[in-house]
Design a protein around this ligand. Structure first.
Ligand code: NAP
Length: 283
């Protein structure tokens, strides 16, 4: 039976590190601050924004929510971003997605200053992922890597098979995990005989959005399985991996909930602190 890759335990350690670093920044006269822009009232986005506020405040980070009506013109959202770009007391800016119809996601993502882009969605940060330069990178792929490393898994040299090439998780993860010297294979919806690839994985990472897609016979005995998927089903939230069955084959497996998703908010906070350094701050 597999052991758990325990996201909650790793998140607790990460938050403690972030809390300590915030104290150090404050001693240097800098109060780290995250600003979140929420346009409209998408229920999931409202929950995510509140959760960021709760975590920020619990860590000693300042937080400000800019809740704009769904009818706000694109130009006004861009003007709000520009104000925050120039505001030296704000170190991280995050725009909750999805945006209402009529507002271009691409324009909005490109408007945030790259060194304040804590969601890692600006084209410059996407480029830095490819080039290996320091930048701000999306939280979920970082969560997969932190969960592995902090659970004592050696990534270097391992054949890592990623299922999913989405812009938020799979694609950035390819380059971030490559930096840790994994040998990477990436699969997607056009991959014929998915199991033939996943069975070769030392580390298998699912980032698809299809409930229980990864079955026991698709996993090599002794593999390490990381499940980034979040799927709502009539039975509740579940991942992309058939957890009950796959845990009988894997050595280590991350649960959903309680795995990858537990780390993401903390990693956004860590991005705010990295942003301070990219903006010229020194500890
Ligand atoms: P996405 O953009 O929709 O990408 C999904 C990927 O899965 C695509 O590359 C797609 O292939 C591939 N795919 C779909 N069906 C497949 C199949 N049957 N076999 C193999 N590949 C298949 O999704 P995303 O935004 O990257 O998110 C992926 C998952 O992560 C979702 O469950 C999402 O909820 C979750 N997520 C979790 C967190 C967290 O905090 N834990 C954060 C963000 C997202 P094509 O490219 O060929 O279409």
């Amino acid at each position: 039976m597999a052991q758990l890759l325990d996201g909650k335990a790793v998140a607790k350690i990460l938050k403690e590190e972030i809390r300590e670093e915030i104290v150090q920044w404050k001693e240097k006269g800098i109060q780290p601050k995250l600003a979140v822009i929420l346009v409209g009232d998408d229920p999931a986005s409202v929950v995510y924004a509140r959760s960021k506020q709760k975590v920020s405040e619990s860590l000693g980070m300042a937080f400000e929510l800019f809740a704009l009506p769904g009818s706000t013109p694109e130009a006004d959202v861009l003007a709000q971003i520009e104000k925050l770009n120039e505001d030296q007391s704000v170190h991280g800016i995050m725009i909750e997605l999805p945006l209402p119809k009529g507002i271009s996601k691409e324009k909005i993502m490109a408007a945030v200053r790259p060194d304040k882009d804590v969601d890692g969605v600006h084209p410059i940060n996407r480029g830095y992922i490819l080039s290996g330069e320091e930048g701000l990178f999306p939280a979920t792929p970082q969560s997969c890597i932190e969960l592995l490393l902090r659970s004592g898994v050696q990534i270097a040299g391992k054949h890592t098979v990623i299922v999913g090439r989405g812009e938020t998780v799979g694609k950035p993860l390819v380059f971030l995990i490559l930096k840790h010297n994994a040998t990477v294979t990436i699969c997607h919806s056009k991959t014929p005989d998915l199991g033939a690839f996943t069975r070769q994985a030392d580390i298998l990472i699912a980032a698809v959005g299809r409930a229980k897609l990864i079955k026991k016979d698709m996993v090599k005995p002794g593999a390490i399985v990381v499940d980034a998927g979040i799927n709502e089903t009539p039975e509740g939230i579940c991942g992309d991996v058939d957890f009950e069955a796959v845990q009988e084959a894997a050595d280590l497996i991350s649960p959903v909930p309680g795995g990858v998703g537990s780390l993401t908010t903390a990693l956004i906070m860590r991005n705010v602190l990295k942003g301070i350094v990219l903006q010229g701050g020194k500890l």
